[in-house]
Unconditional design. Structure first.
Length: 133
C-alpha cells in the first residue's frame, strides 16, 4: 500500500505538471491573438515566451516521471533530479503568483496553485522513496 502511495504521488504530480505544460502549448496562437494589435517583434516575443513556459513545464513533469520509471530510486541522482524539478516549480509558482495570477484570466490565477500542487506531490513522493517506511 505504501509503495503504491509513493508511486502515485510522484506520478500524479509529474503528470499534472506535464499536462499543464501541454495545456500551454495548444492555445498559443489564440493567446497571442488575445493581446490585440501587436508589433511583429512583440508577437514573436510573446509566442516564444508562452511556448518556452509550456516546454519547461513539460520537461519538469517528465524528468521526475522518467527518474521514477527508469532509475534506481535509492540513488542520489533520483533525489537530486527530483528536488531540482521541485525547486524550479516553486520558483515558477512564485513568479506566476506575482505576475499572471494578478490578471483577470482564471487559468493564469490557477497557475501558481497547480505548480505548487505538482511540486508538493513530487516532493512528498520523492521523500517517501528516500525515507524508509
Amino acid at each position: 500500500m505504501i509503495e503504491m502511495l509513493k508511486i502515485a504521488m510522484l506520478y500524479v504530480g509529474s503528470i499534472l505538471i506535464f499536462l499543464w505544460g501541454v495545456g500551454h502549448l495548444f492555445p498559443t496562437k489564440s493567446i497571442v491573438e488575445g493581446f490585440g494589435n501587436l508589433s511583429e517583434d512583440n508577437r514573436r516575443i510573446i509566442t516564444m515566451e508562452w511556448i518556452a513556459e509550456g516546454l519547461v513545464l513539460c520537461f519538469l513533469g517528465l524528468i521526475p516521471l522518467f527518474l521514477a520509471i527508469f532509475s534506481d530510486q535509492s540513488e542520489i541522482a533520483f533525489f537530486i533530479g527530483n528536488l531540482g524539478c521541485v525547486g524550479m516549480l516553486i520558483v515558477l509558482a512564485i513568479l506566476s503568483f506575482f505576475t499572471g495570477a494578478k490578471t483577470s484570466i482564471l487559468p493564469m490565477k490557477l497557475c501558481p496553485y497547480i505548480k505548487l500542487t505538482g511540486a508538493t506531490l513530487m516532493l512528498l513522493g520523492t521523500m517517501m522513496y528516500t525515507i524508509p517506511i
